[in-house]
Design a protein around this ligand. Structure first.
Ligand SMILES: *[C@@H]1O[C@H](CO)[C@@H](O)[C@H](O)[C@H]1NC(C)=O
Ligand SMILES: *[C@@H]1O[C@H](CO)[C@@H](O)[C@H](O)[C@H]1NC(C)=O
Ligand SMILES: *[C@@H]1O[C@H](CO)[C@@H](O)[C@H](O)[C@H]1NC(C)=O
Ligand SMILES: *[C@@H]1O[C@H](CO)[C@@H](O)[C@H](O)[C@H]1NC(C)=O
Ligand SMILES: *[C@@H]1O[C@H](CO)[C@@H](O)[C@H](O)[C@H]1NC(C)=O
Ligand SMILES: *[C@@H]1O[C@H](CO)[C@@H](O)[C@H](O)[C@H]1NC(C)=O
Ligand SMILES: *[C@@H]1O[C@H](CO)[C@@H](O)[C@H](O)[C@H]1NC(C)=O
Ligand SMILES: *[C@@H]1O[C@H](CO)[C@@H](O)[C@H](O)[C@H]1NC(C)=O
Ligand SMILES: *[C@@H]1O[C@H](CO)[C@@H](O)[C@H](O)[C@H]1NC(C)=O
Length: 472
């Protein structure tokens, strides 16, 4: 008898709990639906947020909290659109990044005082004809002057970096955008981009690398070797911009993303109708498009002590230091006024063929290199002492009081695995022009370097490749 009652009680409470759960999820769904409707309305019917009725959308039957709409909108959009078109101008914003650089601010101002806007601009749109717009809670919008704009090379669709000053330093903006001068700032949220704020890791010699764009299928073996090498040599963070990745490459990236080592940012090109083009194109337009990730990286990674722009086949190789932390420490102590350090390059020409067939790692199969030379040089730099917006793949402008230097060949080189450059022609295979030096210093370093678990980096890489099912 008593058991029956308990069973009944249990059944009833189950039903009650279920009803409650259903009801709350219903309420939540309704709220989401409401926000979504507001969002759709703003986007499709181009309805404007009306500030005069404090926190109400223009259309009478809708009453929503504008702060919530803005937050929802920014989140929804962030995951959906890769770039945002500016009103009345062919400018497509890729990202907005909060700046904390002593060039433009001092300790007493808020971390949201200045912003870098990374964007593509059609060459016909004059960059001097723009001003900045800031969107805050409750749909308030404010206008401010453009502080400066930088570009890299001429192209029909040019990469630009704009710098905007927050007109109300007490308020943290929800969105930032550009507007053609003399137009009032729009309250159409769909033209604003939510800003990101760079992370500043603790420590003195924190190191980040920018790997620019990865698309399609990367060489899996080399990619894992490069990521592991950098991770175990003391790089703290790598940023990469991806488009249409193969499932193998994307699997590799996910592994390093989970470890918190790799930042992966979705990437794509706007205005394909104006200029039909592909990523990686060797042309002015292609190089201009590649500058977007460089501008973005430099602002996004500005909280690190040292930042470098290098590709997936380029290995920074210190000759006298066992890892990058020691190496960077040495550079900064020996050359305290230098903010831009440039590497000489050893090219491991893969067209020459393998020097060791029995090796399992890609980078240990090619031991022949050119003499150390100047070849599309790469740099590492101290962001704090570099002009904002001045960094490109091969160059940057040190701020006043700082300078550039070539890293002595005896201290470090950049080891670059690649095929013959087309401009080398047949000379590439002629040993009078390109004498071959057998150099196994990288292999030795892989064997000498120990990971956290005290295995050699060489063996560790083999294990990772097995775990990722890249080798059996
Ligand atoms: C709007 O929503 C925000 C965030 O949920 C909240 O802090 C604020 O108090 C709300 N404002 C009104 C007027 O309800
Ligand atoms: C801004 O940079 C200064 C050093 O230049 C640093 O002390 C401060 O913590 C930074 N603020 C943020 C929010 O990153
Ligand atoms: C730093 O910013 C504060 C507030 O904007 C300003 O009063 C002060 O003069 C600035 N200091 C310098 C050295 O620029
Ligand atoms: C700037 O924009 C205004 C408004 O669209 C336009 O009238 C003016 O011609 C533009 N100026 C230049 C230099 O293009
Ligand atoms: C960072 O550098 C300062 C000054 O050179 C030093 O006092 C401090 O111990 C260093 N911190 C770390 C974590 O190395
Ligand atoms: C995406 O990559 C695949 C190969 O991995 C290629 O066949 C396809 O054309 C690419 N798509 C675009 C839109 O680039
Ligand atoms: C590598 O270089 C050595 C000379 O240092 C040469 O004898 C050998 O043939 C080269 N091998 C390849 C594959 O280039
Ligand atoms: C590969 O072969 C070379 C000789 O060609 C030998 O010196 C080396 O020890 C071999 N490496 C491995 C991993 O078996
Ligand atoms: C790491 O392993 C080597 C042998 O491979 C051993 O001599 C050394 O003591 C180990 N170090 C640590 C910290 O466990």
């Amino acid at each position: 008898m008593i058991y029956k009652r308990i069973l009944w009680l249990l059944a009833i409470s189950c039903v009650l709990v279920l009803t409650f759960m259903l009801y709350s999820s219903f309420v939540l769904t309704m709220k989401k639906q409401r926000l979504f409707n507001a969002f759709e309305m703003v986007q499709t019917r181009n309805a404007y947020l009306d500030q005069s009725t404090t926190g109400r959308l223009f259309e009478k039957h809708m009453t929503v909290n504008l702060t919530e709409v803005i937050e929802y909108f920014m989140k929804f959009k962030g995951g959906k659109d890769i770039y945002t078109r500016v009103m009345h101008a062919d400018i497509f914003i890729y990202s907005v990044i909060g700046l904390n650089n002593s060039e433009i601010k001092n300790e007493s101002t808020a971390p949201w005082s200045n912003f870098g806007l990374i964007a593509w601009k059609h060459s016909q749109v004059p960059d001097t004809n723009m001003s900045c717009c800031f969107l805050y809670d409750n749909g308030i919008v404010l206008n401010s002057k453009l502080r400066k704009s930088s570009t890299y090379i001429k192209a029909k669709i040019q990469s630009f970096r704009f710098e905007c000053v927050n007109p109300n330093q007490l308020l943290k903006p929800k969105g930032v955008t550009l507007i053609v001068k003399n137009y009032p700032c729009t309250s159409d949220i769909s033209t604003y981009v939510a800003p990101v704020f760079p992370y500043r890791p603790p420590g003195n010699n924190t190191i980040a690398l920018c790997a620019k764009v990865a698309f399609g299928n990367l060489n899996a073996a080399l990619t894992v070797e490069w990521l592991e090498y950098n991770k175990n040599m003391g790089v703290d963070k790598i940023a990469v911009f991806v488009s249409n990745l193969s499932s193998t490459t994307s699997g590799i990236f996910q592994h390093y993303q989970k470890l918190g080592f790799l930042e992966v940012h979705p990437f794509d090109l706007p205005m394909l109708g104006t200029i039909n083009r592909k990523l990686g194109q060797k042309s002015g337009q292609g190089w201009s498009d590649e500058q977007i990730p460089v501008y973005d990286c430099m602002d996004r990674l500005a909280g690190y002590s040292i930042v470098g722009v290098v590709d997936f086949d380029e290995f920074i190789f210190p000759l006298q230091d066992k890892d990058f932390k020691q190496f960077v420490n040495r550079l900064r102590k020996t050359y305290p006024d230098v903010s831009l350090f440039t590497f000489f390059v050893d090219v491991y020409v893969m067209d020459w063929g393998k020097t060791n067939d029995n090796e399992t790692l890609m980078i240990t199969q090619f031991k022949n290199r050119t003499r150390t030379m100047q070849d599309r040089v790469k740099n590492i730099l101290i962001p704090e002492w570099i002009e904002t917006g001045s960094v490109s793949t091969h160059n940057a402008a040190p701020r006043k009081g700082h300078r550039r230097m070539w890293i002595p060949k005896t201290l470090a080189v950049l080891k670059h695995f690649r095929s013959c450059r087309s401009e080398w022609g047949n000379r590439c295979h002629d040993i009078t022009h390109f004498p071959r030096f057998t150099d196994d210093s990288l292999v030795k370093r892989l064997i000498e370097t120990k990971t956290d678990t005290n295995v050699s980096l060489y063996n560790h890489i083999l294990k990772v490749k097995k775990d990722l099912k890249l080798i059996s």
